[in-house]
Design a protein around this ligand. Structure first.
Ligand SMILES: [Zn+2]
Length: 506
């Protein structure tokens, strides 16, 4: 059976999560649920990056013990699974998970055995916010392009990874689509980066500069392993890479797809450094690198690292779910964020979208249909429209088309990682079903005593509602389950009394 491994990045836990983290988790969850429903074996992997110097600095600034600080924030990240209804299979925490450190060390040793790790003196400008060195050309007015902060000069002996050795191989894998980078503009960005020349990069720092936090370099306790090496290794470490065995075979080497979701700011780490490390270690490379943009709020990037004024997050996913509900939050993230691009969030837009499409659209449709079946047929599910009168069949053609097209459109859109297009295909069913009600006017058919026609219309509408329950499941698992229950007849062939499924958000 086909197996697919889907990962999100593991965020730093220097603060609580914001809505941007929810976006990546929800996208990964949709892909996982969709593929499971298609009968594939799926492992949805997430976690937290505890070994970052940023965590140490944030804890010290807050005057809190580092481990305690990291524990509290990590719990806020892993706890998102409940309010966001995530079907995550496994969470790895890099500071406490017993699988992680030996996995990082094994990858280090594998690359060392290949002759790809060496020591040399290095001087450069380092942004702690990004945990990376910048060249003068990459800085904007001498400042970090992500954080707007001044990088700190660093001069020390470090371990380096021989990235330059893999430039040609990497270019070919990406150009040929063996490693698929989406969207295309990101793929071109990676190819341009490679064409600009790949230089070896520093993969350790002095233990003193790391404040003693992190994983020591095997055989060199004066150095700790670079946070990005440490963090990227989680994708293998979570599969028991250190000991090898069944999980590694099934979800990495043997998987049909190894899919990484990530934000545009960490593209080079995932599309250049990580595959090169894997090539060096003799492991399979990712099949899909799926890049999303940033969420902004009133035009400003939503961020938890407040390196510059105005970058403090006000969008807490817990608060948002408390106020608006899981379905409304997931729907906004899936329905309004363009593929691979930035999107501006406002709570007003989230509420408007939820009220228009969830409450007035899906919720109202199902409620209307079930109510009519109770009013006109005592709750009894009408027979399938076999030999339905002609004009009902004509009227139902656009609805039938929306229903028939939905599975293919959803699958194609999700293969493209286009969540807006996928949700549009489900929305189209509700939209056409509502038009169908208005065209066929079941209340007039009831008044005229046209029972056969009425039964055919109600049967078509109920089938549409049931299909919505099915197709909505990867996107809105909670709402879909309520719709499916509302549209499922009991042992006597009756539908449950209509209940509000998707109340308005106020
Ligand atoms: Zn930075």
């Amino acid at each position: 059976m086909t197996s697919t491994y889907i990962t999100t990045t593991i965020p730093y836990v220097n603060a609580r999560p914001h809505l941007g983290h929810a976006l990546e988790l929800v996208q990964a969850d949709v892909l996982a649920r969709h593929r499971r429903a298609a009968g594939e074996q799926v492992r949805f992997q997430a976690g937290t990056d505890d070994n970052s110097l940023k965590n140490v600095l944030a804890a010290q600034a807050a005057g809190v013990d580092v481990q305690e600080f990291v524990d509290a924030n990590a719990a806020a990240f892993t706890g998102l699974a409940r309010p966001l209804s995530l079907s995550v299979d496994d969470l790895i925490r890099t500071s406490s998970d017993p699988r992680h450190r030996p996995g990082v060390e094994r990858l280090w040793r594998a690359c060392a055995a290949r002759g790809d790790l060496y020591r040399r003196h290095y001087e450069g400008l380092y942004c702690v916010g990004c945990e990376q060195f910048y060249t003068d050309a990459e800085l904007v007015g001498g400042r970090c392009p992500e954080h707007g902060t001044l990088p700190e000069p660093v001069s020390e002996v470090n371990w380096f990874f021989r990235l330059s050795r893999y430039a040609d191989e990497l270019r070919e894998l990406i150009a040929d689509g063996i490693i698929r980078v989406e969207p295309t503009e990101r793929r071109n960005e990676v190819l341009a980066l490679i064409d600009g020349g790949l230089t070896d990069f520093s993969v350790s720092r002095s233990t003193a500069r790391a404040r003693g936090w992190g994983i020591p370099v095997p055989g060199d306790p004066s150095q700790v392993i670079y946070v990005w090496w440490d963090a990227l290794s989680n994708y293998l470490a979570a599969l028991d890479y250190a000991s090898g065995g069944a999980n590694l075979d099934r979800w990495w080497d043997g998987a049909a797809r190894r899919v990484h979701l990530l934000g545009k700011g960490v593209l080079r780490f995932h599309a250049v450094y990580w595959p090169a490390m894997l090539l060096s270690a003799g492991e399979a490379v990712p099949t899909d690198i799926v890049v999303h943009g940033y969420l902004t709020e009133n035009g400003r990037k939503i961020s938890k690292s407040s390196g510059a004024p105005g970058l403090v997050s006000t969008v807490d996913p817990y608060d948002l779910v408390d106020a608006c509900g899981t379905d409304a939050v997931r729907w906004w993230l899936l329905r309004e964020v363009p593929r691979g691009a930035d999107a501006d969030f406002t709570v007003e837009r989230l509420i408007a979208r939820a009220n228009d499409e969830l409450a007035n659209g899906f919720g109202n449709l199902v409620n209307r249909v079930v109510s009519m079946i109770h009013r006109y047929r005592g709750g009894r599910v009408p027979a399938a429209p076999d030999g339905a009168p002609d004009h009902a069949a004509v009227d139902s053609a656009p609805l039938a088309a929306a229903l028939g097209n939905a599975p293919g459109l959803i699958a194609a859109a999700l293969d493209d990682f286009d969540f807006r297009r996928a949700t549009e295909a489900v929305w189209r069913i509700a939209d056409e079903a509502n038009r169908y009600v208005n065209r066929t006017r079941p209340w007039d058919l009831a008044k005229a005593g046209d029972d056969a026609e009425l039964a055919a219309v109600l049967a078509a509408l109920l089938a549409a509602c049931q299909a919505i329950g099915t197709h909505l499941a990867p996107f809105l698992p909670d709402a879909a389950a309520r719709i499916a229950r509302q549209c499922a007849p009991d042992a006597t062939g009756c539908l449950p009394r209509p209940a509000p499924l998707l109340p308005r958000v106020v």
